[in-house]
Write a protein that binds this ligand. Structure first.
Ligand code: SF4
Length: 312
């Protein structure tokens, strides 16, 4: 059976975060972002459906929590290798997982937020992070490559309604790509829109891991600085998601399963893998074996080696 729960992984936004991969099979998303670190979208869709029974997820979360050496977890985060709101049971799953007394976060691409049922599900979480990479239709289509039936105006309207109604912590994330959405006019417009919805933190990011399309480039530093200044001028609490060094990944007892479940949603750099193996009594031969079995792939990006799960 697919592993639904992974980690805990260190998250820049959520501290020590136990990840829930509630969408199956990979990669099922309503977008096909040019910078997606999970790889290419195999199934581009907008129909909500059932992937797992909420009880099944709860059982796996319980098992993982019990197996952890260090039981401290800051968040249970819905961060699948796809879009979490495609899961029609999302609201029920959030409710049932709240029984663990750990805060729940959902990281969504916002594409289905025009639907009332999606907003109702998201409202049950303690923290919701919304993706907003563009407010102009042509740029949105170039960067997020949405399902053909999605409508940007409806999405932006849905974000506004949600931000008015949501009582939890609202975050936004904007990923900038060179020559796509890092142009002054679009940065201004995104900032203006974010000002209206008032997120607690407006994150700015850029690709730090191998993107779905090799030609994707990181914006020049001045462009990121410009976006930071523009967002600040709109009274936003802005944070730039920096590329961090080595991180702590959780060990649950099965080294192969742990590595595969983490790299399916979060490609690991060579340094991170080496540290993880060293701490948990493994050797790099294991990675070579997984590459040989075509379970994981080695990718080079900006002079560093990364390891990503191969989807069958
Ligand atoms: S970055 Fe997120 S929204 Fe974009 S294709 Fe990947 S999983 Fe989907």
């Amino acid at each position: 059976m697919e592993r639904i729960v992974f980690g805990p992984v260190p998250s820049r936004r959520f501290g020590k975060s136990l990840g829930i991969n509630n969408v199956f099979p990979p990669k099922r998303c309503s977008y096909f972002c040019i910078y997606c670190q999970i790889g290419r979208t195999e199934y581009i869709e907008i129909e909500r459906k059932e992937f797992y029974q909420p009880e099944q997820i709860k059982k796996q979360v319980k098992e993982v929590i019990e197996s952890l050496k260090d039981k401290e977890i800051d968040y249970i985060s819905f961060v699948p290798d796809g879009e979490p709101t495609l899961d029609i049971n999302l609201g029920k799953e959030i409710e049932i997982l709240k029984e663990f007394g750990i805060k729940i976060a959902v990281i969504t691409n916002s594409s289905l937020i025009w639907r009332e049922d999606v907003r109702d599900d998201l409202k049950k979480a303690d923290c919701v992070s919304l993706k907003l990479d563009a407010v102009s239709e042509d740029i949105w289509k170039r960067i997020n490559r949405p399902h053909k039936e999605l409508n940007l105006n409806k999405i932006l309207e849905g974000i506004k309604i949600f931000s008015d109604e949501f009582k939890g912590e609202l975050l936004t994330e904007t990923i900038f790509i060179k020559n796509i959405n890092d142009i002054k006019d679009e940065i201004e417009k995104i900032g203006e829109f974010l000002k209206e919805i008032k997120p607690e933190i407006a994150y700015i990011g850029y690709p730090t891991r191998p993107p779905a399309e090799k030609w994707v480039e990181v914006p020049e530093e001045e462009k990121i600085d410009f976006a930071y200044i523009v967002f600040k001028s709109k009274d936003l609490n802005v944070k730039i998601i920096e590329k961090k060094g080595e991180k702590e990944f959780g060990f649950t007892g099965n080294l192969i399963e742990d590595i595969l479940s983490i790299v399916s949603v979060h490609p690991m750099s060579q340094k991170e893998i080496e540290k993880f193996l060293k701490e948990n009594g493994g050797s790099f031969d294991l990675i070579n074996e997984l590459i040989r079995r075509k379970e994981i792939a080695e990718i080079e990006y900006r002079g560093e080696k990364y390891y990503r799960k191969v989807f069958k």
